[in-house]
Write a protein that binds this ligand. Sequence first.
Ligand code: AMP
Ligand code: MG
Length: 364
Amino acid sequence: MQTRIYKVDPWAPDPIVIEEAAGLLASGEVVAFPTETVYGLGANGLDSRAVKKIFAAKGRPADNPLILHIAEPETLHEIVADIPERAQILIRRFWPGPLTMVLPKKPEIPSEVTAGLSTVAVRMPAHPVAKALIAAAGVPVAAPSANISGRPSPTRAEHVWEDLAGKIAAVVDGGQCGIGLESTVIDLSGEVPYLLRPGGITLEQLEAVLGRVEVAGEVAASQTPKAPGMKYRHYAPKAPLWIVNAETTTQTLSLLNRLVEEDLARNEKVAVIASAETVAALEEKARPGLILRSLGSRNEPAVAAQNLFAILREVDKAGADVIYAEAVGTAGIGAAVMNRLYKAAGGRVINPDPEPSERPGRAK
Ligand code: AMP
Ligand code: MG
């Protein structure tokens, strides 16, 4: 399949181009488009055949449900069976924006979208291109991130192209995504609101309007996950990634230095992803072959969120054999950054002890 590219102004997309891309969606094709979180891979959410094409293009497991995207809050009652008061509060406060709500579904929502669950996830994005495209399509648009399943999510059209060229009808290129991480997912179908995935809207913001919000813990293999997507390794670069986490930044730096020296001595290509401050300190010693990427200043988790996925793809392209990532603070959107890093690392964390050479499971 030849994949078309439509380049648009992210703030004022050409209506003729939007109509053409919406026409593809209406005729059952899949189209990637920018949102304020990451690029989405959209299909008509009421058409099971179209939705199946999303799973096929991404190689996404069929038991991982999709989010339906709508252009106005009024459409919500066509999708969900009941809109509780707290959903209305969240809509008024956070829509359009990076917040997905899980609610009991209406029977007409195809089971492919919800992976057979009785609930459906819905979001109203704020990005002008996403809004225009969904409105023009005239249907709820099912859209997971537009990457091969398991890979870092795309924050630029080129990332979509890398993963999906030839497999989808079109990419609408609206430049770089603003937030850089996927939406916050909150389950409102039970007694207590349940945060399933941290994202652009923080736990602090949700609790300020809802009161108590439960937080989903890491999912053990034996458990049935609350959000089906939680059991999969996600966002992963090709090389093994380790999170480096020490008490203080000085300890982290000396641990990173030790790990890097060890691996370089073994002729491995090492990448370090860290705060601007740590990168600057690591640069003080010239080490040819060391790949250093800054997530931005330690005090700016929103910048780390914007950069993370693009950097994971970059270190892959640079041919890293092993990647170390400095843990960031978990205030605000930092919680979402760490959530994605843990998943990208498949849970691998290095603390100062034991000695690096004694670390278990060091082999790849
Ligand atoms: P993605 O489309 O890759 O951004 O992932 C969507 C996330 O929302 C995944 O973690 C899904 O498991 C989760 N999700 C979608 N629908 C539901 C639902 N009905 N109940 C719980 N989680 C859901
Ligand atoms: Mg995804």
